[in-house]
Design a protein around this ligand. Structure first.
Ligand code: HEC
Length: 187
């Protein structure tokens, strides 16, 4: 099983660098499929038990130093301490599922806001997981959508200007990193 997930991650070319997820979640899967998934990711991430807020400029791997999306460069966690209890629980599900193939930075810093758009992406990701034999409980899919819609409202709509400024910063970082990739390596 571990091999399977490793192969899956490998084939996707993604790394598991930040380990900000799963705290307190092992063994709490709701739904069998999700339980298995949590178990698998638990195996993979068993070495990580502390919260890591990785800085945007940490270099993940020797080749492909720059990840594919500018939003990958943002923070991999959100401070949900002010969120309602229900959303804090949804956040835990989100982190356990959506921070495995790529980091949670990808959805968290993506420009997407609308619930419908999130619904589409979560479903698309669910299909990807299915393709590799990993099931996601429909209830968990909904919890993740719910979190993403709520969190987008709080961080991307209410604090729109702050979010836009941050987006521009990430895009700039991304361009610089790509430029470095192009020019910095001779072999
Ligand atoms: C099975 C591995 C896997 C899991 C689990 C996964 N993703 Fe992805 N995700 C990918 C891959 C691969 C891409 C690259 C783009 C593509 O193929 O769509 C991606 C891309 C994305 C993008 C960027 C799409 C774009 O075009 O801007 C978002 C947003 C995203 N994922 C959100 C999520 C969310 C939310 C979850 C949790 C429900 C999740 N991902 C779980 C594999 C995964």
């Amino acid at each position: 099983m571990k091999k399977l997930v490793m192969a899956l991650l490998d084939s996707l070319g993604f790394s598991l660098s930040p380990c900000a997820c799963l705290s307190g979640r092992q063994g709490r899967g709701e739904g069998e499929g999700f339980g298995v998934f949590v178990l698998l990711t638990g195996l993979l991430l068993s070495a990580c038990d502390k919260k890591v807020s990785s800085p945007p400029d940490n270099h993940p791997q020797s080749e492909n130093a720059t990840p594919p999306f500018y939003y990958d460069l943002g923070s991999t966690t959100v401070d949900v301490s002010g969120y309602p209890e229900k959303q804090r629980e949804n956040y835990r599900v989100f982190m356990a599922v959506c921070g495995t193939c790529h980091t949670a930075a990808r959805p968290l810093n993506a420009p997407y806001i609308d619930r419908d758009v999130w619904k589409r992406y979560v479903h698309k990701m669910h299909l990807k997981m299915k393709g590799h034999g990993i099931e996601l409980d429909p209830g968990d899919e909904e919890k993740i959508e719910d979190f993403l819609a709520y969190d987008s409202q709080v961080r991307k709509i209410v604090k729109k200007e702050e979010f836009q400024t941050h987006q521009e910063k990430l895009k700039k970082l991304f361009e610089e990193a790509r430029e470095k990739d192009r020019t910095g390596k001779s072999n």
